[in-house]
Write a protein of this length. Structure first.
Length: 89
């Protein structure tokens, strides 16, 4: 199963490292990643494969949201299908 992770907040050192360390430690594979910084605001979009994780999707989503809180960021994990429906033009 694929998921979409979005990370948004003020830019600071270690954002990508923190998120990637969490993902790696939980068996989540990054398939694609894009990040940009606009006027000091960090924005990252990742497509991930969660099929090798021992955790349920909802648990991963909750833990990523909590990690975002620790880092002062908004981190959201969504099912790929839900993300596509919500962002259809």
């Amino acid at each position: 199963m694929k998921g979409i992770i979005t990370v948004i907040g003020r830019d600071k050192v270690g954002i990508i490292a923190s998120v990637c360390t969490y993902l790696s430690g939980n068996g989540v594979n990054i398939l694609d990643i894009s990040q940009t910084i606009v006027q000091g605001y960090f924005n990252m979009l990742m497509i991930v494969d969660v099929t090798q994780s021992d955790k349920r999707f909802e648990e991963l989503a909750a833990e990523l949201e909590a990690l975002g809180g620790e880092l002062g960021l908004k981190i959201k994990l969504q099912h790929e299908d839900i993300f596509n429906v919500m962002h259809r033009i």
